[in-house]
Design a protein around this ligand. Structure first.
Ligand code: GLA
Length: 411
């Protein structure tokens, strides 16, 4: 009798444990799938770092949010306003992160309310190390406490840096914060910013929604600094190998945009934006959108180019022709369409004369120039420039691109 009783108790105990595991797993799966669904297309928004560095405050962030709406940026899809480094000054005796009261007197919650009322979302920045890159308190040892605090404030996006990482394992460090965000009770997009040092494209999917693949961008077309800064072309070269790793919910982050910051020519900025669109890279404006000139606005709000970036298939463009300084990139889109970008890296005009049938795009399964005719639309001039039955001729400016959309003529 005693043995039977013991066996029964044991059975009950196991059943209880199984049920806990089952329901626990169920809950975890639901949280994971909610988390995975947060960035079906590359996130779009604005980040304070490139233009303002540590010179940030609540008035600036509010004005940026206002301009986001009045400039038409919100209408074309930019919705995250991300406060980068320097909003935080310390921790209280319970370990809670303290906001810089001088620059953010109303606190982050009130800023989040302001931004949400405009139909926008608020992002914030922290670091996997003990200190951020500007020596502010990082989240190491406080991940769960910080994530809860962000959720309480109404944060929608976290950029998480890698300074003072003290030799941690990157995947484990980012997974800890990812778990903390998943348990925070609020959907928060997670932007992994470890500069590509530990090949985050190999482990980032499921942990975060985007991962930086390079050191910090500089406002230049091609430049490499010994401390790690890189220009637009250098980033494109790094991105070119990473197409297998991007897709809905998980993106290679080519860095924030420099359009409007003054270091490049208009053609170079057009290349920057066109290629970020082709590469399915997050589009985070990094300029002062309150005062941007008409040309910067024209570039940043080109709807047709943005829809290449936001295409639901989430394919990252591949380079299918590399003729030294002339490159041709292709991206398959929904409905059997494709975007092609001819990129001229030289200092002289490229007199393009392109025969579509002679140069089939070998990796594009859905595109066939022999059986279908495609209409060709120039996405910067917004006009049709022929079909794939005839050669495309075009003078592509120095450091510029020809970006076209191919649409099957008779669907
Ligand atoms: C690092 C990041 C930048 C920016 C700064 C802030 O350099 O890569 O994008 O966030 O830190 O200190």
């Amino acid at each position: 009798m005693k043995t039977i009783y013991l066996l029964f108790t044991l059975l009950l105990l196991t059943a209880k444990t199984n049920a806990q595991i089952f329901f626990g797993d169920d809950k975890r799966n639901a949280t994971d799938s909610l988390f995975m669904s947060l960035a079906p297309t590359p996130p779009m928004g604005w980040n304070s770092w490139n233009k303002f560095g540590c010179n940030i405050n609540e008035a600036l962030i509010k004005e940026i949010a206002d301009s986001m709406c009045s400039s038409g940026m919100k209408d074309v899809g930019y919705n995250y306003i991300v406060i980068d480094d320097c909003w935080q000054v310390g921790r209280d005796e319970s370990g809670n992160i303290l906001v810089d009261k001088k620059n953010f007197p109303s606190g982050i919650k009130s800023l989040a309310d302001y931004i949400h009322a405009k139909g926008l979302k608020l992002g914030i920045y922290s670091c996997a190390g003990s200190y951020t890159c500007q020596g502010r308190p990082g989240s190491r040892g406080y991940q769960f406490q910080d994530a809860k605090q962000y959720a309480k404030w109404g944060i929608d996006y976290l950029k998480y840096d890698w300074c003072s990482n003290e030799g941690q394992n990157a995947e484990a460090a980012y997974k800890t914060m990812s778990d903390a965000l998943k348990q925070s009770g609020r959907p928060i997009v997670f932007s992994i910013c470890e500069w590509g040092e530990n090949q985050p494209w190999k482990w980032g999917k499921g942990i975060g929604h985007l991962w930086r693949v390079t050191a910090d961008i500089r406002d230049c077309y091609q430049c490499k600094f010994d401390w790690g800064g890189v220009g637009v072309l250098d980033i494109i070269d790094i991105m070119s190998e990473l197409y297998p790793y991007a897709g809905p919910g998980h993106w290679n982050d080519a860095e924030m945009l420099e359009i409007g910051n003054g270091g490049m020519t208009s053609d170079e900025y057009i290349t920057h934006f066109s290629m970020w669109a082709m590469l399915s890279a997050p589009l985070m404006a990094g300029n002062d959108i309150r005062t941007m000139d008409a040309e910067s606005k024209r570039i940043l709000t080109n709807k047709e180019v943005i829809s290449i970036n936001q295409d639901p298939l989430g394919n990252q463009a591949r380079k299918f022709m590399d003729m030294g300084e002339y490159e041709i990139w292709g991206k398959e889109l929904k409905n059997g369409e494709a975007a092609i970008c001819f990129m001229n890296r030289t200092d002289k005009e490229w007199k393009l004369n392109y025969n579509w049938k002679k140069n089939p795009i070998y990796y594009m399964q859905s595109i066939n120039f022999y059986t279908k005719e495609y209409q060709i639309k120039d996405l910067w001039e917004h006009k049709y420039i022929g079909t794939t039955e005839k050669n495309t001729t075009y003078n592509i400016p120095a450091h510029g691109v020809l970006l076209v959309l191919l649409t099957p003529k008779n669907k």
